[in-house]
Design a protein around this ligand. Sequence first.
Ligand code: NAP
Length: 287
Amino acid sequence: MKRIGFIGIGIMGKAMARNLMKAGYEVAVYTRTKKKAEDIIEEGAVWCEDVKTCARGKDAVITMVGYPKDVEQVYLGDEGILANADKGTCVIDMTTTSPKLSVRIYEEARKAGLYALDAPVTGGDTGAKEGTLTILVGGDREAFERCMPIFQAMGKNIQYEGQAGNGQHTKMCNQIAIAGAISGVCEAMAYAKAQGMDVQLMVDSISTGAAGSAQLKAVAPRILAGDFNPGFFIRHFIKDMRLAKEEAEDRGLALGVLDYVLSMYETMEAEGKGGLGTQALIQYYQW
Ligand code: NAP
């Protein structure tokens, strides 16, 4: 396992590909907007003109694109990964996408003599840069074990979640939990501000107790610094919450907090704020 094709050089993908290069892998890259990959090409990544070139002659092909429609585009059809990767290649989709789509890709990959894993991540842009991502993997255990050194170059907590699609289902659980956590952080901060309190002091005070959380740690400093740039895009979080809602409804499960937080973010997106980071939820409140 030495030659890797990496498709989707965005906020997450670029940092993850860099960590693979640091670990000694030969990394070839393709992404929709070549300009965004110029720096990593200068650092030694090999540019590919299209998906199929990036997929051919590799031990593993990793994808970190945006939406399920992007995943379909890069995997399926004559120009896609499944039709072009060499037999025996491991194809690893790390995008947060539909669990049903992951199962479809797994089945089509098997027919093509490939191994497919769904391996979404959590830990944000910081985790991607620092190589400390949590990686949630579904698919065959044998393929998971083969790919372990690749995952170890990008993450720390690497978990095998079971059959194809279960990596994505675990990520859905993560996003459901985040919806409640991030809205809780924003409501506490809006409350402190409305009381005329020192919000930084309040955050420092509660962060070591029962309300301390990874969301409080990630989101509060950005809000206090007035930094609403995307580490994690609002529009991507909306995509994730819609996927989670759909999967829950398939099982007859109602998730009220998820629904409400989704509606808040949808309102913000309608106001043209989908390109901001998720911490901008504070703008939904008096801030
Ligand atoms: P991003 O910056 O938009 O990166 C996605 C990249 O994939 C973009 O550069 C995009 O190209 C490229 N791409 C999209 N469709 C493509 C296609 N069909 N062919 C080739 N390239 C394509 O987003 P991100 O923040 O890295 O997130 C990527 C995925 O990880 C999303 O599913 C997101 O939900 C998930 N995620 C994000 C975070 C986070 O904190 N950011 C954390 C965990 C999971 P363009 O530049 O042309 O748009």
